[in-house]
Ligand binder design. Structure first.
Ligand SMILES: Cc1cc2nc3c(=O)[nH]c(=O)nc-3n(C[C@H](O)[C@H](O)[C@H](O)COP(=O)(O)OP(=O)(O)OC[C@H]3O[C@@H](n4cnc5c(N)ncnc54)[C@H](O)[C@@H]3O)c2cc1C
Length: 314
C-alpha cells in the first residue's frame, strides 16, 4: 500500500505546492510505513518530468495526452483512478484550485470522505484542519479505508530535491465525456513572484482609495522588496486589484517570511489567509485596527506619507 501525491503543474513547471504536498505525504508515510508515489496528468511534459524524477518519491507516473491538455478535473480524476489494481491508501492534493477541483471527484468516485485544507499530520488517519476562518483547529480522524486529502501548502515545508533520479512510468489517460470545456485561458504575465509561494508580500486594502493609488503606492515598494502583490477582498471588490491578488478565507492562503499590510483593517476573513506569515508589518491610520493585533511591527500613520518616506530611506 502506498500514498499517491497528485502534482500541480503549469506550463511544464512542477509547482512548489507539489513539494509541500510531498512533505505531508512523507509524514503520513512515516506513520504508515509505506512508499510515496507521484502522479502527473496533462500533456507536453518535458522539464517538469526531470524535476518530478528528483522529488524523492519512490515511483513517478505520468499520464500525458491531448485529452488532458486542459487538465479538466473530470478527466484527471478518471485518469488517476484508471490503473488497476489500485492500491493507494491516501490520495494527496495541494489546496490549489486544481487540487480542490480534482480531489472531491476522486473522493466521490471512491465513495469516501474528503478532508480539506489539512495543516498537520498526527497519524496515518488523523489530521488537523482549520475551521471558522482559522479560529478553531479541528483534529479529525478518517475512518474510510482510502483517504483523500487536500493539504495547505503553507503548513508544510517543501520536500528537498533528491540526488537520486527515479524512472518515469507511463500511465493511461482517460478522456471523460466532459460537460464543460476550457474556451480561453488568461495567464498573468507579471514578473513578480507567485503570490502563493512568495517570500515577501505587499498587500493593500480599501485604505488605498483607488486602483491608481494601489499601483502607484504599492508597485515601487514591491519592486524594492522583490515582493508579490496581494490585496484584501474590499480592494479587489472595489476594482483596485485583480481577483487573483485576494488574500484570505475566500482568496489565497499565504505564509510568507514577510507580509506587509497597507491600509487594510485586518478583518477576520483576511487574517485567515495570512496570519501564519513569519513577520507581519502593518501600516494603518487607525490605531485600533485589528491588523495591529497580529502585527509584529505596526506603524500608525497615513499610508500616503509613510510609504514614500519608507521608500526614500530604504
Ligand atoms: C464570507 C466572507 C468571506 C470573506 N473573505 C475575505 C477574504 O478572503 N479576504 C479579505 O480580505 N476579506 C474577506 N472578506 C471581507 C472582510 O470581512 C472585510 O470586509 C475586508 O477584508 C475589508 O477589507 P479592507 O481591510 O481592505 O477594508 P476596510 O475594512 O474598509 O479597511 C480599510 C483600512 O484602511 C485604513 N486606512 C484608510 N485610509 C488610510 C490611510 N490613508 N492610511 C493608512 N490606513 C488607512 C482604515 O483605517 C482601515 O483599517 C470576507 C467576508 C465574508 C463575509
Amino acid at each position: 500500500m502506498s500514498i499517491l501525491v497528485v502534482a500541480d503543474v503549469a506550463d511544464d513547471v512542477l509547482l512548489p505546492s507539489t513539494f509541500n504536498a510531498i512533505t505531508a505525504a512523507r509524514q503520513i508515510a512515516a506513520h504508515a510505513n509505506c512508499e510515496v508515489h507521484l502522479f502527473l496528468a496533462g500533456h507536453q511534459f518535458d522539464s517538469s518530468l526531470e524535476a518530478a524524477s528528483r522529488t524523492g518519491c519512490e515511483r513517478v507516473f505520468v499520464a500525458s495526452s491531448d485529452c488532458l491538455a486542459d487538465r479538466n478535473p473530470e478527466s484527471v480524476a478518471a485518469t488517476i483512478l484508471a490503473p488497476e489494481p489500485n492500491e493507494y491508501t491516501h490520495y494527496l492534493f495541494s489546496s490549489s484550485n486544481f487540487g480542490k477541483s480534482v480531489a472531491p471527484r476522486v473522493a466521490a468516485k471512491l465513495d469516501v470522505a474528503q478532508f480539506s485544507d489539512v495543516t498537520a499530520v498526527c497519524g496515518e488517519s488523523t489530521f488537523e484542519r482549520p475551521t471558522y476562518a482559522g479560529n478553531v483547529i479541528l483534529r479529525v480522524e478518517a475512518h474510510d479505508k482510502v483517504k483523500v486529502l487536500t493539504v495547505r501548502s503553507a503548513a508544510f515545508a517543501p520536500a528537498p530535491a533528491s540526488e537520486t533520479e527515479v524512472e518515469i512510468q507511463a500511465s493511461p489517460a482517460v478522456e471523460h465525456p466532459n460537460r464543460s470545456r476550457v474556451k480561453e485561458r488568461f495567464t498573468d504575465t507579471s514578473d513578480r513572484p507567485d503570490l502563493a509561494s512568495a517570500k515577501i508580500i505587499v498587500s493593500g486594502g480599501r485604505g488605498l482609495g483607488s486602483k491608481e493609488n494601489y499601483e502607484t503606492v504599492l508597485n515601487p515598494l514591491a519592486d524594492k522588496l522583490g515582493a508579490a502583490l496581494g490585496a484584501s477582498r474590499a480592494a479587489v471588490d472595489s476594482g483596485f486589484a485583480p481577483n487573483d491578488h485576494q488574500v484570505g478565507q475566500t482568496g489565497k492562503i499565504v505564509a510568507p517570511d514577510v507580509y506587509v499590510a497597507i491600509g487594510l483593517s485586518g478583518a477576520i476573513q483576511h487574517l485567515a489567509g495570512m496570519r501564519d506569515s513569519k513577520l507581519i508589518v502593518a501600516v494603518n491610520s487607525d490605531p485600533d485596527a485589528p491588523i495591529f493585533g497580529v502585527a509584529d511591527v505596526g506603524l500608525v500613520g497615513d499610508l500616503f506619507e509613510v510609504i514614500p518616506q519608507w521608500l526614500a530611506t530604504a
